[in-house]
Design a protein around this ligand. Structure first.
Ligand code: CTP
Length: 376
């Protein structure tokens, strides 16, 4: 239908971005399709709607020059091919109309710049000016342009790079990783909602430690979640050492992620030890102690979520409780009386009474060598 509509309007059209990437990777269904029209995306959307039997409503976003309609359980977004130029302070670029190549140039990664032709003579051809296909098969995240330009233009892309690396288990190419490290402070112009969106996607990826290690390596983690970086390091007094609570946390997150896809349980695992940085003490008789870290940690969860503008709802309360219970998860079912929190535990669909304990136990038994490296 899109092809036909574009033909009637005598313009070229292409499928671009995540749909093409996930189609090639055979990564399940991608519910959003991005269409580039060399011409007006809004006119194309209107034409497509008029040709569809149910004449879906076309939502027009005038400021962005884009349009969206829903059809066959999918969201189809239309944009006119464009050239973009950015200024220092803002993520909103100056936009001029352009060619397909201009439009591919403005994309974040080579694997997201792949376009499939919907035009008669070339229907189904892949337009791949930056060897995105090769990067897809090699598992590499690379920017089409100089990475300093791509990341500084739109700093959200630094988090997107890390998020894709974690979701797809790809590696970020060296120049790109260095550029993220150099440009990391620019993340401050990004809204907290978008940052949280990316953090959630990292947490929901198959092995969240991939993303969090990259956040740590590039210095982004200290900017976004300093409570976590504060857990890094092992101190030694009188020959006594404690575990590295940062790397330990990442192991717990990976372990819990093998057991549950629930985002809030994964947040709880990520934050379960954050009270340990401010409560750490060395006691001559007891050695290292983190007395009261559960209580302090649960207060910190509240502040952290507030800072990130995350809704302070039942789910946050659930995370707080889990953090509070983190050292005593066995008694969770008796101690948790709040019905909202109970329901969440039920919704999580897992027997989580002692999931945290299991996760920690798993680390010691399954992986004794790594455990010793980080924990002693
Ligand atoms: N894009 C970009 N820079 C951004 C966001 C998006 O260049 N900061 C481009 C990319 O080409 C991307 C496309 O817009 O593929 C669509 O973006 P989006 O829907 O956010 O992501 P997807 O790639 O579709 O992936 P996902 O749905 O998994 O987020």
């Amino acid at each position: 239908v899109i092809s036909l509509a574009a033909k009637e309007l005598q313009l070229e059209s292409y499928v671009i971005g995540g749909f093409v990437r996930d189609y090639i990777l055979q990564r399940g269904e991608h519910k959003d399709i991005d269409i580039v029209a060399v011409g007006s995306g809004i006119e194309l959307a209107k034409k497509v709607s008029s040709l569809l039997p149910h004449k879906p409503k076309v939502q027009i976003f005038k400021t962005y020059g884009t349009a969206m309609l829903r059809a066959y359980d999918m969201e189809v977004e239309f944009v006119g091919a464009r050239k973009e130029s950015y200024s220092e302070e803002s993520r909103n670029p100056e936009v001029e109309t352009g060619t397909l190549e201009d439009d591919q140039n403005r994309r974040d990664f080579t694997i997201n710049a792949l376009a499939l032709s919907l035009n008669d003579e070339t229907y189904g051809d892949l337009l791949d000016p930056f060897n995105g296909l090769q990067d897809l098969s090699a598992g590499v995240i690379r920017t089409p342009l100089d990475p300093d330009v791509t990341y500084s233009d739109d700093p959200l892309r630094m988090l997107r790079a890390i998020r894709f690396a974690s979701q797809l288990q790809f590696r970020i190419e060296k120049d790109s990783l260095q550029a993220i490290t150099r440009n990391r402070n620019r993340i401050k112009i990004i809204s907290r909602e978008r940052i949280v969106d990316e953090l959630n996607k990292i947490l929901l990826s198959p092995k969240p430690s991939v993303g969090f290690s990259l956040l740590h390596k590039t210095g982004m983690l200290g900017l976004l979640l300093p409570e976590l970086t504060a857990l890094e390091g092992i101190d030694e007094i009188e020959g006594q050492r404690h575990k590295d609570n940062f790397w330990h946390t990442l192991e717990v997150v990976d372990n819990i992620s093998e057991n549950t896809n629930d985002l809030w349980l994964r947040w709880a695992a990520l934050l379960h030890d954050i009270g340990k940085a401010p409560t750490k003490k060395f006691d001559e008789n007891l050695g290292w102690t983190f007395h009261g870290h559960e209580f302090v940690g649960s207060k910190m969860v509240y502040k952290l979520f507030k800072r990130l503008k995350m809704p302070l709802n039942e789910k946050m309360k659930f995370v707080q409780k889990m953090v509070y219970m983190s050292s005593r998860p066995i008694v969770l079912s008796q101690e948790v009386t709040d019905s909202a929190v109970r329901r969440l535990i039920f919704d999580a669909g897992e027997d989580i009474e002692d999931l945290m304990t299991l996760c920690e136990a798993d680390i010691t038994t399954k992986n004794p060598r790594r455990y010793r490296r980080y924990h002693n």
